[in-house]
Design a protein around this ligand. Structure first.
Ligand SMILES: [Zn+2]
Length: 200
């Protein structure tokens, strides 16, 4: 089990979820590394280390008198992460924490952060304490929207737990009570014409 941010980065590298090299991002910028947890999702036998880390982070930071009832996050990362965390919570801590996710709202295809909580789960959320789970955050737009939907269901968001907070997004910026991340680091990137790898 890793105990530091460096250890978490090392683990993500081992799982293929963090690659060091030269990458052209969707924005056109050139970056010196790339984080993408999907390689880890494809290998659950190895990557339970990742969800164990997220689970520890959540439970270390919860208010013991107000325990977390639900892990919930934006699809599709949360489908995998929350289920795995829920299983580990039961197995390792004897805790029942439900696992849910918010789906993309296909009726609003033009909106970047359009999510909807499936109706069946929306009804189950009332009065529950929810930890929002996310893999990589750049702006926090996705988890902030899911947090808003959770509040609409009369549930309480108690924290946000992220694998890699790439944008160093803060609780103040996104209106959530607290954010915890395994890795809180930006990844260096630059405009294409200023890229040190392309113009050295
Ligand atoms: Zn470059």
């Amino acid at each position: 089990m890793f105990t530091s941010e460096e250890g978490a980065v090392e683990m993500l590298e081992e799982l293929g979820a963090y690659q060091i090299g030269h990458f052209v991002l969707a924005s056109g910028r050139h970056a010196q590394g790339y984080v993408d947890a999907w390689a880890a999702y494809a290998d659950p036998g190895s990557s339970h280390r990742l969800t164990t880390g997220l689970l520890s982070l959540a439970l270390e930071n919860e208010d013991e008198s107000k325990p977390i009832d639900v892990f919930m996050g934006p699809e599709r990362a949360a489908i995998w992460l929350c289920k795995e965390m829920s299983i580990l919570a039961r197995r390792n801590y004897g805790r029942k924490v439900l696992s849910m996710f918010a789906e993309k709202d296909k009726s609003r295809p033009d909106e970047k952060y359009a999510f909807v909580i499936p109706r069946r789960w929306a009804g189950m959320l009332k009065g529950k304490r929810v930890a929002i789970i996310e893999d990589v955050s750049t702006t926090g737009g996705s988890f902030a929207e899911v947090a808003r939907l959770v509040a609409e269901c009369q549930a309480t968001v108690v924290m946000v737990v992220i694998i890699w907070n790439r944008g160093k997004v803060t609780a103040e910026q996104t209106g959530v009570p607290a954010i915890f991340a395994l890795v809180n680091q930006t990844i260096d990137s630059s405009e294409a014409d200023k890229c040190p790898d392309c113009h050295s």
